[in-house]
Every structure is written in C-alpha cells, then in structure tokens.
Design a protein around this ligand. Structure first.
Ligand code: ADP
Ligand code: ZN
Ligand code: ZN
Length: 681
C-alpha cells in the first residue's frame, strides 16, 4: 500500500490482468471502503478462510523497481519501524508523482458491467467512451460529475496517473569531424573553408560553436562542407558543471603504490560475496581515484555501481569526476535535479542504460538488480541520515544492501565515524589506508592558538589573534588565498566564561544561550529559558563573562577593517540564498578575484581550491557545545575537514586553529591530525 498502513495485503489477480501484473508495478485495489494504490511485491499462497478481493487494475506498464530490491524495502520497514508502502514511496523518485497527468480509464469490472444491462444512459456513454481510449480528466465531455463519482465509487472507472516520460531534454551539441573517406574535391575551396578544414583536421573533432567563435559565418560554411561530403557533423551529449563549463573526458592516471594495493584488494573481493571495506585516507590522498577504478572494474565485469555522496549546495567533485571518466554511463540522483530529471535518471537505470549511479542518500535505493559495489564517500557525513518521514541512515542501508546483494560495500573518509571504525576493530569491516597525499604534498601544519590569551583585548583582536593576523598579512603579500571558518552566522553573541572557558547554557536544553540586548538577558532559542545579563558562570562562579560577537558577519566587518585592500567575500546561508551566489564566489576563488573567503560549514565540503594556503579557524569550540553525544566527534571531523582545505595545490598549507579549549581531546586530535588518538579517547 502506498498508504501508511503496516504490513502487506493479499489480492487476487483477475485473468485479464495476469500478464500485466509483476513485482514492482503499481495496482489499484479496494481497501476497506476506499480505493488505494498498492505496490505488487510478488505471489503468495492465499491465506486460509479469508475472502480475497481482486486487483482492480494495473497502473504501470513496467515495474518501477526490480524485485530484487524488495528484501531491502522489507528490511528498512522492519528496522526503522516505518510502513512498507511508505518506505517504497520514499525510495522512488519524486518525479513519479509530479510528472503525472490524471486520466480516466475503464477498469476490468467496468468492462464486465458494460456487458450487462441496468446502467443509466450517461453511465453507459461514459463507459463506452472510455472503452475506446482513456481520456484526460478535463476532456470527458458533458458528463455530470456525480455520474463519474458514482462509477468510480463502484470501481468501474478509475483516475489513472499516466506518466509523462522524458520531461527534461539532455543538452546536445553539434560537432564536426573529417569523414572516414573524403569526397573528391569539386572545384577549389575558398580560403575560409580551407582554414576550417585544416582546423578540424588538426583537432580531430571540434564543436561547431568553437569554430563559430573564431570565424564569422563558420556554421554556414561548415554546413556546405558537410553537404559536399568534406566534413561529417554529429551531435554529442553535453555535460556541464555548475560553472556552465563542459566536463571534459579525463584519462586515468597511473596509480600510486598505495592506491594500487587498495584497488587490488577491493577488486579481488568483487564478485566473491559480501564484504565491507573502510578506506581511511587523508584529504587529497587519492580516494576518489580508487572509487573510479573500482567502479570501472565492476562495470567491465558486468555489475552495477552505486556511489553515495554527501548532500551539499552544489555538484560535488566526486560527481564531476565520475562524469568526466564515465560520461554517458553515469546516472545522477540529487536534489539539484527537477522532478522530471530525477524520474529520467531513475528510468535510465531501470532500462539498464547506465551502470553507475552517483547521488545523495536516497540513491542508496537506485534500482539496479545486479549490484557489484556500493561506495559511500565521506561516510561519516551527517547528511546520510534522514530525519523526517522515514528516518534512516543511508550509510548503514548501503551495507545492508551490499549484504543482501552479495556485493562489496566501500566506505571512505579521512575521518571515519566512530561506529564504522569500531566495526573495523571488531573485525566486521576490513580497513584499507592511503597514508599519504598524492605527489607527497604535505599535510598542512596546524597551529593551535589559545583564545583565552586574547580575552582582555578590545575590538577585532579578541577573535583575530596576532598569529592569525600576521599569517593573513603574509598570505596576502604572497598573493595567496585565505579561508576563514566560523560555524555561526550573523552577529550572534556567544557568552563564554573568561576564567574557565565554559559557555553559558540553558539549564533545560543545554544549548548555548544568546544575549538579547533588548531585554537585557540571555535566552535559549529552543525553550525560551532566560538568565539575567548579570549572571555569572555556572561552572566556576566567575563573573567574567565574555560576550563574543562571533558570527561570520562580524568577522567580515573586522576583516574589512583590518585588511582594507583585500578582496573579501562571505559564504553562509545569509549570503547564498540565491543559487548563483555560491557559484559566483567559487568562481571568484578560482579566478583569484577573492583574497579572503569567510564562511560557515558550507565552505568545508567538496571543493578543491589550490590557491588556498591559509585556513583560519576563528573559534573551534562552537560545535563542541551542541547538546549532542556526537558533539566531540563532529567537532573533530569538521576541524579536520576544514584543515584539509589548506595546501591542496603545490604550496604547503598552514592552519591556525583558535580555541578556548586547547586541552579538549577533540581539538588536540584535530591539531595533531591524529584519528587514532581521537578514536582511543
Ligand atoms: P581524495 O578523494 O582522497 O581527497 P583525490 O582522489 O581527490 O583525493 O586526489 C587528490 C588529487 O590527486 C586529485 O587532483 C587527483 O586528480 C589527483 N590524483 C589522484 N590519484 C592520482 C594518481 N595516481 N596520480 C596523479 N594524480 C592523482
Ligand atoms: Zn532551553
Ligand atoms: Zn567559569
């Protein structure tokens, strides 16, 4: 049932529908006194002593998912305590319902009823019309609504959701190349045409727009050349990155010794049954290249590949690189697509046109029936958890799916989740490591700065330490870029005890309080709890409470004041409400029109900017004070990810990490970039 009812129900299959019923199609059934849509899961022997109602109609021409996925749906429903039908609905692409256009059609019962007497004239007319062909809801001519409703209630007609296929069209581009056999020249060619031919001959093949940009009227010359058989024109599917630039095919590099070992181990396990690997490798150690090789190996041995990536504001590097390597063989499933596009991608997988799907958490349900490997990039990422509707962890489901399909699960991260690493220690998962950055690029040096030393300063010096200030000046001088990270927007006030470093928290929620100037009190944004602005530290009793105005907005103002000549941009939810804004900033970074980027968590993920050599973490402690048993783990992961943004190019990176809690184990481990020490603590 697509209705949120528990369990499954048994229906009979009428003779007339027998050929259309298959696992994975939707059917119309009567359910109590209503009619409902259900998913066919498969044949069962009828329960004893119960009347079995017949299926009224079949709604899909072909299954929406392969039967092999049903065990995964059942497992998910049971484990996460969610109705099975609702699990399936969550798994299916939204495009299924959005791209529907309702039509009226006659049911099997309606056909049989039409053969008998006793219908009113209107009823008979409607059924006869629909017998010929289904009609769009609005086009049933001049029939009183009550007649339609009555026929529908009795199960003779039904509103059917017909799928509109292919809402989105792929971008195509016209290219030219030399034909395999040249037509004999008919007379001399103009110099322009000769030049065009020479350009094409030199490049092998070229997009028409590239030639048109070089020479006026090129496209009409090219058409004439094609007509004369001197050139061949063809179209090519075009993939673009979010910058609007074409993603060009890449070639696989020679693997490093470490990569070779990892790829060898995983590929040897492909096709030999279920196995889970945890690939631990620092940022820039070449994990993505490992994923690409493993995917390629699975594909050539006839198996399919699912690649899960975290949900971020833009296309990830991983998706881009899979596109570059595998082009047409990749389906993408993420929220940046329209409903129609998502449906198209889903259909390409069902029709077996692609062997690889790259997507966010819901792609764990990509409808492959011959899964070879399921890869989870940045497996520790919080976005793999869905909270709302069906609560699930896509990382955990990936492992379950691999187990059910006898496939390999490959989880990768620089900072694995403690659960996954525990599974390594207890022997459930196999650990693989890439210990070094590619081309022996060094990891950035991380220097911790104790913010308590700045607590008596006034102005920006209170949160931009002298060390950070000097490092930024030096970076600007060298023409390199700085990333400043602070996980809080706005001008928000963060009250901290200057004596012991504790934050002022809500007594009920344990959330850090926020100062509200207007009512001269600290307030909890969750429950409304308030504390007078004169309150002291609840841990040590000190009255020295610092109100750290430490939102990104305030940092931006301070930086503009400290470095008036620098080009500064801020990336957080307030400045990127429009999609184009992120792009503009990323482009600015890449083209070096931005010297300093200030941002929240948003800047930590997925982007590779070789020009950034300095990362400043304004206050490493903010996420430590979240009321979450994973706060220490999240902080370690977040700080490690931010630090990993520095020195991705050929120049070494420096990270300055400012903190009020230099002794906290999460912060110490992040500074030392020591996952092992963190795990042990
Ligand atoms: P990670 O996913 O671990 O952060 P990547 O796979 O993105 O690392 O690799 C970092 C950089 O090194 C990328 O620019 C990638 O193209 C490059 N790279 C990866 N493997 C190789 C290799 N074997 N030879 C040369 N360059 C490589
Ligand atoms: Zn509260
Ligand atoms: Zn205190």
């Amino acid at each position: 049932m697509a209705m949120p009812v528990p369990g499954t129900y048994t229906y009979g299959v009428p003779e007339a529908l027998a050929s259309a019923v298959a696992a994975g199609v939707r059917v119309l059934v009567s359910f109590g006194r209503r009619r409902a849509t259900g998913y066919v899961l498969g044949p069962v022997s009828p329960p004893e002593g119960k009347e079995i109602k017949p299926i009224l109609d079949v709604l899909d021409d072909a299954p929406l998912f392969p039967a092999s996925m049903i065990p995964l749906f059942r497992w998910t429903a049971e484990y996460y305590k969610h109705p099975l039908g609702a699990v399936i609905q969550t798994a299916l692409p939204g495009g299924l319902t959005v791209a529907e256009s309702p039509t009226w059609c006659i049911t099997v019962a309606g056909r049989e009823r039409l053969a008998e007497d006793g219908l009113t004239a209107d009823e008979a007319r409607v059924l006869t019309l629909l017998l010929r062909k289904p009609l769009r809801t609005l086009s049933v001519p001049a029939i009183p609504g009550a007649v339609l409703a009555s026929l529908q209630r009795r199960g003779y007609i039904q509103r059917r959701q017909a799928l509109r296929a292919g809402v989105a069209k792929a971008l195509q581009e016209r290219w030219v190349r030399l034909p395999s056999s040249q037509a004999p020249a008919e007379g001399p060619l103009s110099p322009k045409k000769q030049a065009l031919l020479a350009a094409v001959a030199a490049a092998g093949e070229l997009p028409v727009h590239a030639l048109a940009a070089r020479m006026p009227h090129a496209s009409s010359h090219l058409r004439e050349l094609a007509r004369a058989g001197r050139l061949e024109s063809f179209t090519r599917r075009l993939y673009r990155d979010p910058f609007g630039e074409a993603i060009l095919p890449d070639t696989a590099p020679v693997l490093t010794v470490d990569q070779e070992a990892v790829v060898g181990t995983v590929c040897a396990a492909l096709g030999t049954g279920f196995r889970t690997f945890l690939l631990k490798g620092v940022t820039g150690s070449g994990k993505t290249e490992v994923y690409l090789r493993v995917a390629s190996h699975a594909m050539t041995s006839g198996r399919s590949v699912v690649v899960l990536v975290p949900e971020i504001a833009l296309i990830t590097q991983t998706e881009r690189r899979f596109r570059a390597r595998f082009g047409e063989h990749v389906a993408v499933l993420h929220s940046g697509l329209s409903a129609g596009e998502r449906y198209d991608q889903w259909s390409r997988i069902l029709r077996r046109e692609v062997r690889i799907a790259v997507g966010v958490r819901s792609a764990v349900f990509a409808p492959f029936s011959d899964l070879g490997v399921i890869i989870v990039d940045e497996e520790h990422d919080a976005s793999y958890k869905q909270e709302g509707g069906l609560h699930y962890s896509a990382r955990d489901l990936a492992v379950v799916r691999a187990q059910q399909s006898g496939a390999v699960a490959l989880l990768g991260s620089a900072t694995p989740s403690l659960q996954s690493y525990y599974n390594v220690r207890s022997g459930k998962y196999t650990e693989l490591t890439l210990p070094e950055r590619i081309e022996a690029r060094s990891l950035p040096e991380v220097r911790a700065v104790d913010l308590r030393q700045c607590r008596d300063l006034r102005g920006p010096g209170r949160f931009i330490s002298a060390e950070l200030n000097q490092a930024m000046a030096a970076t600007l001088e060298r023409g390199e870029q700085t990333l400043l990270f602070l996980n809080r927007r706005g001008y928000a006030n963060f009250p901290v005890c200057a004596a012991c470093g504790e934050a002022l928290r809500c007594r009920q929620c344990n959330i850090t309080l926020t100062l509200h100037q207007a009512d001269n009190a600290y307030r909890c944004h969750y429950c409304g709890f308030r504390l007078p602005a004169t309150a002291g530290c609840s841990a040590c009793g000190s009255k020295q409470i610092k109100r750290l105005g430490m939102g990104t907005e305030k940092v931006e103002a301070a930086i503009r004041a400290l470095f008036p000549a620098a080009r500064v941009a801020r990336m957080d939810r307030d400045t990127t409400r429009r999609r184009g804004e992120i792009l503009r900033m990323l482009k600015g970074l890449r083209e070096k029109t931005i010297d300093i980027l200030i941002g929240t968590q948003m800047v930590t993920q997925g982007h590779d900017f070789p020009g950034i050599t300095l990362v400043g973490i304004i206050c490493a402690d903010l996420s430590l004070s979240f009321p979450d048993f994973r706060a220490g783990e999240r902080t370690f992961q977040l700080l490690s990810q931010v630090a990993g943004r520095a020195g991705r190019g050929d120049r070494p990176g420096l990270v300055i990490l400012q903190t009020y809690n230099p002794g906290h184990f999460s912060i110490r481990a992040a500074c030392a970039q020591d996952f092992g020490a963190f795990y042990e603590s």
